[in-house]
Design a protein around this ligand. Sequence first.
Ligand code: ZN
Ligand code: ZN
Length: 111
Amino acid sequence: MENITASEVAGLGVGAFLVLATVAAPKIDSLISSSQRSSLGMCRKCGDLKMVACSTCKGTGLAKAGGAPFTFLDDLYQSVGGETEVTRVKCSKCRAKGHFHCPNCSKRQSL
Ligand SMILES: [Zn+2]
Ligand SMILES: [Zn+2]
C-alpha cells in the first residue's frame, strides 16, 4: 500500500464515517459540533442525517418508568444478573423510535 495518497486515506475515512453515521446517528450526534457541520455545508442540527436524537431517552427508545433515560449502566447491571427495580417503558416522547425528524431539514425541504 505504498502508493495510497493522503486524500485516498481521507476518502476512506469519510466513507466509513458516513456509514457509521447512518447506522448510529443518534449516538454519535453529540460528537459533531455545529461549527464543523456548517463548515461542511451540513445541517447544523442533525448533520444532514435528517433526524435528531430524542432527548428524553437519548436515542434508545426506552425510558425508565419515572421518565429518566435508560443508560448503558442499567443494561450492564441487568446483563450481569443484577436485580433492578427499574422498569423499562417505551419512551412516550418519541414513541419508542429514539429520534425525530429534523425540524431544520423539514424546513429546508419545504422551501
Ligand atoms: Zn425518546
Ligand atoms: Zn437537519
